[in-house]
Design a protein around this ligand. Structure first.
Ligand code: ADP
Ligand code: ADP
Length: 208
């Protein structure tokens, strides 16, 4: 579903990724692991269209990223993003934050959806009124409301305790079983064990 061929990324003259080749299938739960500075985030950003490779190619199904004209609508149609810091808007309720991602979603739709994630009781709360773990679940809900085919998450549990981190990864596992492709960058090797596939990034290369 997503394929990188000889992907290389430089920040100015500094090489962050060198000749990465990988292929991720539909419905796979993939973890990119490695130490801080190894290149996980750069790899994830390239695979998710947020950064452009210096050289090499990335394909989404048959489409080369280079040939995507309207990247914004491509992202909207296909991709959900989850970051370490949730980026919920503090002066909007959880429901309003989710509505922002999908203005067509009705209140009923949002309730049904939040119920399935077990956080419907939080919908009228503001992000500052709920716990870090609950905020991260709300931000996952926001990433999912458009039913993306692929979810990219960069250190999604970086500010969560181990119990909430486990819950988030279990949520990813359930989603992948339903056919959503999940790609997560994490420094946490133990959490990563739940994934179908683990790539270890080291000095900008994949160790495998
Ligand atoms: P990780 O996610 O594994 O911590 P990164 O992909 O963030 O690794 O970083 C890989 C390398 O690229 C590091 O040496 C980092 O300092 C460098 N780097 C990351 N982002 C930038 C940037 N925006 N500008 C310059 N160098 C960067
Ligand atoms: P992570 O590894 O969790 O992605 P970092 O703390 O490495 O986060 O980086 C945070 C932000 O700073 C990212 O947007 C990254 O691109 C940027 N960054 C990282 N290293 C550098 C660097 N050497 N120069 C400039 N920006 C950087």
């Amino acid at each position: 579903m997503i394929k990188a061929i000889n992907l290389t990324h430089y920040y100015n003259k500094d090489k962050a990724l060198e000749n990465i080749n990988l292929e991720i299938n539909k419905g796979e739960f993939v973890c990119l692991i490695g130490e801080s500075g190894s290149g996980k985030s750069t790899l994830l950003s390239n695979l998710s269209t947020l950064l452009k490779p210096t050289s090499g190619d990335i394909f989404y199904e048959e489409t080369n990223y280079k040939n995507i004209k309207n990247i914004d609508s491509f992202r909207k149609e296909n991709i959900g993003f989850i970051f370490q810091f949730h980026y919920l808007i503090n002066y909007l309720t959880i429901k309003e934050n989710i509505k922002l991602a999908n203005e067509k979603a009705s209140d009923d739709d949002i309730s049904t959806f939040l119920n399935s994630l077990g956080i419907n009781d939080l919908k009228n709360k503001y992000p500052t009124e709920i716990s870090g773990g609950q905020r991260q679940r709300a931000s996952i809900a926001r990433a999912l409301i458009n039913n993306p085919k692929v979810i990219f998450a960069d250190e999604p549990t970086g500010n969560l305790d181990s119990q909430n981190s486990q819950k988030v990864f279990e949520m990813f596992k359930d989603l992948s079983k339903k056919g959503t492709t999940i790609i997560v960058a994490t420094h946490d090797k133990n959490l990563a064990q739940i994934a179908n596939k683990i790539y270890e990034v080291k000095d900008g290369k994949i160790n495998k």
